[in-house]
Design a protein around this ligand. Sequence first.
Ligand code: SF4
Length: 332
Amino acid sequence: MNRLLDVENLTLQFDTDEGRITAVDNVSFTLGAGEVMGLVGESGSGKSVTAKSLMKLNPDNAIYGDETKIILHLDGGPVDIMSLHTSSDLKVIRGGAISMIFQEPMASFAPAITIGNQMVEQLQIHTDMTAKKAQELSIEMLARVGISDASTRFKQFAFELSGGMRQRAMIAMALSTKPKLLIADEPTTALDVTIQAQVIDLMKDLVSEFGMGIIFITHDLGVIAQTADSVAVMYLGRLVEQGPVREVIRTPAHPYTKGLIAALPQLDDLDVPLTPIPGDIPSPLERPPGCVFNTRCAVAIEGLCTREIPLFTQVAQKHQVACHLYSEGDDK
Ligand code: SF4
C-alpha cells in the first residue's frame, strides 16, 4: 500500500479568554492510499480538530507546535501542509487533493445556490474542465451516489432535498474532484439506520474504485468495525491506542478503549447491562497531569499514572497502546 499521509507530532493549542488550551497533543499516525482509518473517541477528544488540521481549517487563534509535520504524498511529490499559508497555496489541498464531508450537509452547501452550480464551481476551481464537462460529471456523480433523477436534483437547492439525499449530494460533491484523501466527520450520525448502512457501503465502494484514503471520524466503534482497516483512539487530545481494526476491537489494550467497547450494546444478548465509562471527559483547561485518562481509569497505578505521560508500546503487530500497564516486553 502506497503511503498517502504522514502526521508527526501534531500539537495544536488555542488562545481563549480563559487561557491557552491544548486541543491536540503530540499526535502521530500514517495512512496508506486505499486505507480507511477510523478516528474514535468521545466528544471533546480532539478528533475533529485533528482532521481539520490536515486542511488547516482551524480558526486563526490556532497555534501549531514547532515539531508538527503533516506531509501528503501526491503523484507530483510530497506536499508539506504546514508550509502552506495563503488561500492560493491551500487550494491544492482544500477541496482538491483533500475533501471533507460533515455530519450536517447543510454546512457544506450555500443555501441560495443550486447544488449543481456549487458542484460545477468547485470542479472549475480545481480542474481545467469546461462548464459543460463539469456539469456532465456532476450529474454523473449524483447518479453514482444513488440519487435518482440526478439532472433534476442538480438544479435544486439543498433545502429541497431530504436529509439522506443531501448527505449523498455532499459525498458526490466531495468525490467529484477525485480527492486523494477524504475526511468524513461523523458522516452518518444524523442519518437513520438504513440510510446510514447505504452511505457506508457507498463509501467503501468508492474507496476501492478511486483508491483514496479515508479518515472516518466517529464516536461509534460499531460503525468503525464495519468500515475501517485501522483505528486510532483519541482521548483529550492524545492518541491512546492504534492498530488494525479487528485486532483493536477484539483485543483492546487501553482501559479507555476497553471502556468504549463495554459501553456498546450487545445485540446477541440484550440482558447484558451497558457499562458506561464513569465520569466525564475533563475540560481541556483542566488537563490531568501524567496520563490524561487517569481521572476516570479504574486501574490507574498510584504514584505513576498521575505523574508520567505513558509512551506508546507495541502490544502486537502494528498495534500500539500508550498506557503504563504495558511496558516494553510486557503483554498484559
Ligand atoms: Fe489507566 Fe494509568 Fe493506563 Fe492511564 S496509564 S490508562 S491511568 S493505567
